[in-house]
Design a protein around this ligand. Structure first.
Ligand code: AMP
Ligand code: MN
Ligand code: MN
Length: 333
């Protein structure tokens, strides 16, 4: 049987990595668990295999993920040596790497390793699988394909990534494969209890106060089909919370029974609004996020929109309302 296009792509990507003289591995701004776990798991495995590697993320690591092995190794800008290969993980479009974009776009070879499905792929080689619950599942497959060993450090990083992107193995993107990979990672030394405690049970007082503010502002619109909340610059000042303390708040909005779409508007400063969108599956919120220059998945997407907060919020709510009332999507239910 002849090798499929996807298999050829994997073979070419692996050859690029194995023959590289130096690799930049990078992930998206405002990194989440999958971004950091995939970045560190892959970087550690390649470094332990004897390759020269720099792990890059333009934004700081949220305190929630400070427990990840080798987290201090992450650089916010490229090192003083030049790579010949870049691997960009968990990024729906190269622009998601933020300030690192010029350094990565200029590399001789770029590999896009991702599980988003919005046709914003980039690079010479694409290891893209929208059926993967987390980019870390693709990293896992890549390391297995390259016959690289998974030690406790690498397993911890990849497990934290799969855990968070599948919503603790609860979201619709959780598959038998996610659970099988998670089992292998636990066998490889990841501690599920310790990791879950770090990620979900050490929220700071400031972050909890911020959650309280968001919950006190719940608003139902579009005949109860949409629930939303907003966080203003003053809320961060008053609670002492940081911008990354908004992580996890949208899960509380999403947990409300009834609404089809949950939206969190965050105005970290006065000229842009960060929008998080979650869907019950009856409407594809990545299409809405794309309209505003963002991206994501059908049931979890986001965008950052410049402009006056109230206007941005109105435009996004209108777009969501329009999508919800489109007959085909209602029929698809
Ligand atoms: P969040 O609401 O920030 O947790 O993001 C949900 C999903 O949308 C994730 O898959 C993100 O990668 C994606 N996403 C969030 N913001 C953006 C953006 N500005 N551009 C592209 N994708 C985004
Ligand atoms: Mn991510
Ligand atoms: Mn992801």
């Amino acid at each position: 049987m002849s090798e499929s296009g996807a298999a050829r792509e994997w073979t070419r990507a692996i050859r690029l990595i194995e023959t590289s003289s130096g690799i930049y591995v990078a992930t998206h701004i405002r990194p989440d668990g999958d971004a950091l776990g995939s970045l560190l798991g892959l970087s550690l495995a390649l470094e332990k295999a004897g390759l020269q590697v720099a792990a890059l993320c333009a934004d700081p690591v949220p305190s929630t993920y400070a427990f990840l092995p080798a987290v201090d190794w992450i650089l916010s800008s490229p090192p003083d040596w030049q790579a010949d290969v870049g691997i960009v993980v968990d990024c729906d479009g190269l622009a998601r790497v933020g300030a690192l974009e010029p350094a990565l776009a200029g590399l001789p070879s770029l590999i896009d390793l991702d599980h988003h499905d919005t046709e914003q792929a980039f690079g010479q080689e694409q290891l893209i699988d929208p059926t993967a619950g987390a980019s870390a599942e693709i990293v896992y497959d890549l390391l297995r394909e390259m016959e690289l060993p998974l030690d406790a450090e690498i397993s911890t990083c990849l497990y934290a990534a799969v855990l968070t992107d599948t919503g603790r193995f609860c979201y619709g993107n959780t598959t038998a494969r996610s659970l099988r990979i998670a089992a292998e990672l636990v066998a490889g030394g990841a501690d599920p209890h310790a990791i879950a405690r770090k990620v979900y049970e050490e929220r700071s007082m400031a972050a909890t106060h911020l959650l309280g503010v968001a919950l006190s502002r719940l608003a139902a619109t579009t005949d109860g089909q949409v629930v939303s909340s907003v966080l203003r610059p003053a809320d961060f000042a008053e609670t002492g919370a940081s911008s990354s303390d908004t992580d996890g708040i949208i899960a509380h909005l999403r947990a409300i029974g009834g609404p089809r779409v949950a939206i969190l508007f965050v105005e970290p400063d006065h000229d842009a609004v960060r929008v998080s969108l979650r869907s019950d599956g009856s409407v594809d919120v990545s299409e809405i996020a794309l309209e505003f220059g963002g991206g994501g998945h059908a049931m979890a997407a986001g965008c950052t929109v410049t402009g006056k907060a109230e206007l941005v919020e109105r435009r996004v709510l209108d777009a969501v309302s329009l999508a919800l009332n489109r007959p085909s999507e209602q029929d698809a239910g």
